[in-house]
Design a protein around this ligand. Structure first.
Ligand SMILES: Cc1cc2nc3c(=O)[nH]c(=O)nc-3n(C[C@H](O)[C@H](O)[C@H](O)COP(=O)(O)OP(=O)(O)OC[C@H]3O[C@@H](n4cnc5c(N)ncnc54)[C@H](O)[C@@H]3O)c2cc1C
Ligand code: FES
Length: 382
């Protein structure tokens, strides 16, 4: 049912205010200080929620249990696109790559980069059931930097103290924001899932990247961070009782470590196999091998971990130091295709890391592994 009080504005007029911000205006005038009532409707359902003036509409919807489609939650993938039917909105990031998926003639916006300044109404494409099935609805929180440890020259481990605790499932991510840097960035939780007072992330340095540059060069213990989470549907729960395959590239190992933590502590791997393929460029880029060794040693018959070196030959000292791990040359999805040939059936697949790795991995799982799309769960670190 349509909520009362929503209005339909006349044809929108779009004023380009600056390179970074589009303000879309239709009557009535903005009321920026109050939470706005927002309606979302798809072909299948409609729902309404309140959005604070400072929060992206995607976050407001998810917080209220309205399951608007999303993937990156940070402006790059285009999954959260919606057609604005009425209301006054402001777009936060004029150059968001996800805008390439929008049709300007249909007044489409990215809900993760749009805020409502008045009551507003949006049409979500497709037959989307807007009822949330998330175990935990995402929420906002504050944090302070607790520790930053360098893992390799371009990889660090970030530990933050959370207030309130973050309740998440293995495989999920949160978006983080430093007060002096515009916009949120997604990072997957490494630690054991549950209600955590601390969260651990693995962060890869991006040349000229705003947040990673700050983390690698200037961030100090005690520095404040804001977060919103938990997010993402690439979730592993032992209750599903499934055999799994995990393919992660670089920092993409983060969520896989969290999956292995709960899989080991719940003794899931006593009964169900797990095959992990961890892609790095060279031996010098390796990190978390001690942890992976510990997991592999705990369940030697059912849990296999292969470290795939895309630009290097495996050094004998690595195999000697980590006898529970396999080291091979090649890309992780190619080694997975070969090692698991004829043994993909019934597995749930988890992929995380650079978009190109995730995309070739998904293609391999569908064409060679013959896995149904519903059993492929992924996070593209776009
Ligand atoms: C689901 C998901 C999970 C991820 N998990 C990890 C992980 O575990 N480890 C890891 O290293 N990386 C991860 N990433 C990538 C990470 O979010 C960052 O893109 C990366 O760290 C680079 O950030 P940066 O600030 O250094 O680079 P920048 O180039 O400055 O920014 C990168 C991203 O920040 C956002 N952004 C930039 N400018 C703006 C702006 N003006 N307004 C709003 N948003 C803006 C955009 O999303 C952009 O793609 C993940 C990405 C996604 C989508
Ligand atoms: S979810 Fe909004 S652009 Fe990816």
């Amino acid at each position: 049912m349509r909520p009362q009080g929503l209005f339909r504005g006349p044809a929108a007029r779009i004023f380009r205010m600056s390179d970074r911000q589009d303000i879309v205006v239709s009557a009535p005038r903005p009321m920026p200080r109050r939470a706005a009532l927002v309606e979302a409707r798809s072909k299948l359902a409609s729902a309404s929620f309140h959005a604070e003036p400072h929060e992206p509409l995607l976050y407001a919807a998810l917080r209220a249990g309205v399951a608007v489609p999303y993937e990156c939650a940070t402006g790059t993938c285009g999954t959260c696109k919606a057609r604005r039917l009425a209301g006054v909105t402001v777009g936060d990031w004029g150059e968001a790559p996800g805008k390439a998926f929008l049709r300007a003639d249909r007044d489409e916006v990215l809900l993760c980069q749009t805020r409502a300044l008045s009551e507003a109404s949006f049409e979500i494409p497709g037959s989307v059931n807007l009822a949330s099935i998330d175990r935990v609805r995402p929420y906002f929180g504050r944090a302070t930097v607790s520790r930053i440890d360098v893992l390799t020259p371009d990889m660090l481990e970030l530990i933050i103290e959370l207030d309130p605790p973050l309740d998440f499932d293995a495989g999920q991510f949160a978006v983080l924001r430093a007060p002096h840097i515009t916009g949120y960035r997604g990072y997957s939780m490494v630690n054991h899932p549950g209600r955590a007072k601390q969260a651990t992330f693995v962060v890869k340095r991006k040349p000229d990247g705003a947040l990673t540059d700050w983390l690698f060069s200037r961030a100090r213990p005690g520095d404040p961070i804001e977060w919103f989470g938990p997010l993402g549907r690439a979730i592993f729960t032992p209750q599903e009782q499934r055999t799994i395959v995990c393919i992660g590239g670089g920092s993409g190992i983060a969520s896989i470590i969290s999956i292995l933590e709960i899989g080991c502590s719940s003794r899931h791997f006593e009964h169900f196999e797990a095959a992990v393929f961890f892609g790095i460029r060279t031996g010098a880029d390796a990190f978390y091998l001690d942890r992976l060794e510990r997991f592999a040693q705990a369940f030697p018959k059912t849990l296999t971990v292969t470290v795939a070196l895309s630009h290097d030959e495996p050094r004998p000292d690595l195999s000697q130091r980590y006898p529970g791990l396999k080291f091979e040359s090649g890309f992780p999805h190619e080694i997975a295709a070969r090692d698991l040939a004829g043994r993909f059936a019934g597995r749930v697949a988890y992929l995380a890391g650079p978009p190109v790795l995730v995309d070739v991995g998904i293609r391999m799982l569908i064409t060679q592994g013959r896995l149904p799309v519903r059993d492929i769960r992924y996070d593209r670190f776009s």
